[in-house]
Design a protein around this ligand. Structure first.
Ligand code: XBP
Ligand code: MG
Length: 266
């Protein structure tokens, strides 16, 4: 395979955003007078359900909190308000990109690779994060974005990575995914892609079997990553050249028999 693109997850991978999401959920619950509080331990469990709306619905049906039933038909409204709150937090500028993210994006572009995003969260959240961290529109940074609202099935289904590949115009064995979670790993593997994992605060103890490499972060010249598993034992930074070498020979082994409806998996 010739490496032609890198596709990044957003939450947990570009930046440690989940605390901003969690506190936005909790503050919005309080604003609605709901006696719901998602502490870190509960949020870690709830994160297994990707997508904020899906997560709230799961909480109501599985945890049966007070006023849950009455809120079931207001989930979309509640989540919309949570998203506004989340974006206000990100605009405050206290959530930086993780080490090596900006560097790898720049190096990828300089090497002629395309750079994309495949995320469960919605487009405006990505726009705000990129504007707050890199000071420019996401459309100037990424060649294509596949966001949660564009697909029927979020991660771990393959749809988001398949859509990102389709928008970038590259085949599954010409791109590498950068992810932080098991759900993201499964999503990319099911789209037939090799995956590099940079575990985040909430996903550090997840099972990353089948990732090409697991490293603490993407690495900077003065801040080498810690190698955790797979390739990359003797390197210090994830670079386009390393990704090209590691993904050589990746035939792709999609776990899915059929591509999702409406998505053209190459
Ligand atoms: C991230 C998510 C998102 C965020 C909340 O998953 O699951 O749901 O937690 O964002 P990934 P929204 O990093 O795998 O894409 O509330 O906007 O859904
Ligand atoms: Mg993630």
């Amino acid at each position: 395979m010739t490496l032609k693109a890198i596709i990044f997850d957003v939450d947990g991978t570009l930046a440690e955003t989940e605390e901003a999401h969690r506190t936005a959920f909790n503050e919005e619950f309080a604003a609605w007078g709901l006696p719901w509080e998602w502490d870190k331990a509960l949020y870690k469990e709830l994160l297994k359900v990707t997508g904020g709306r899906e997560r709230i619905r799961h909480y109501i049906t599985e945890h049966n909190p007070p006023r849950g039933q009455e809120m079931l038909d207001k989930v979309a409204e509640l989540h919309k308000a949570k998203s506004e709150r989340y974006m206000r937090k990100i605009r405050e500028g206290n959530v930086p990109l993780r080490p090596g993210v900006a560097r790898l994006i720049e190096e990828a572009k300089a090497a002629g690779l395309k750079v994309g995003v495949a995320t469960t969260t919605s487009t405006p959240n990505v726009e705000v994060l990129i504007r707050s961290t890199l000071g420019k529109p996401a459309s100037e940074v990424f060649d294509a974005m596949a966001c949660g609202e564009e697909v029927a099935a979020k991660k771990p289904a393959p749809d988001l990575f398949a859509l990102a590949l389709q928008k970038l115009g590259v085949a599954h064995n010409e791109a590498v995914a950068i992810e932080d979670s098991r759900n993201g790993l499964l999503s990319a593997l099911r789209a037939g892609m090799p995956v590099i994992i940079t575990p985040s605060a909430y996903t550090a103890d997840e099972n990353f079997t089948d990732a090409l490499a697991v490293v603490s972060h993407l690495g900077e010249p003065d801040t080498p990553y810690q190698h955790i598993a797979g390739f990359g034992f003797s390197a210090q930074m994830i670079t386009p050249a390393l990704l090209a070498r590691w993904s050589e020979g990746w035939g792709g082994r999609p776990l899915m028999k059929e591509p999702p409806a409406g998505i053209n998996v190459h």
